[in-house]
Design a protein around this ligand. Sequence first.
Ligand code: PRP
Length: 215
Amino acid sequence: MSALTIALPKGRLLNPALDVLDALGYEIAEIRGGTRKLILDDKKNDARFLLLKPFDVVTFVEYGAADVGIVGQDVLMEQESDVFEPLALPFGFCRIVLATRRERAQTNWRLATSLRIASKYPRITRKFFVERGWSAEIIPLHGSVEIAPALGLADLLVDIVDTGRTLKENGLVEIETLCHSQAALIVNRASHALKFGELKELMDRIGKEIREMGK
Ligand code: PRP
């Protein structure tokens, strides 16, 4: 049994997460090489890596199938899971925004009725609209949310923006930023107690490494 099981997110956060682990001396070459294995053991460092979809990183950590994970705060906000979030990591910076088609940029949405909003973040979206007292139907999607307005599936969308390129290339404009996000380290609550020594050492080493990276 490995000392620590570390859940890693496939996608945009994987490479920067691997950079940190690489700097700490973990064996991540096979992951970087594009392996299709989903569980990888690093015997030298007594660690096991799981390669997961970002939303599943939180689930695996919450249920203790992984001790620790790296995931975006956007995903954490959406999942509202019961995990520790002891450390923000200096990568994966993005914003969650409300956007629409360029031609509709001047629309007064507050006056609109029967609004439909497409999003990978239905919970964050609902909270935003409820707080403003706007009624809206939320259309949950898993990706390519940006095409929903052009196809008449939704009037607006809520999604993450990093460079802004996806919005621009799909004829969309931002209306408002809902929140900011970056990567975070998350820890299972039971593991935090049972493997406190190993986890504290890992967190201390990551903390030191990210301070070095920031210099
Ligand atoms: C995210 C998001 C946007 C895009 C924004 O998708 O859903 O589509 O990135 O990035 P940009 O502002 O730099 O263009 P991601 O690439 O994570 O893939 P996904 O749609 O499969 O979740």
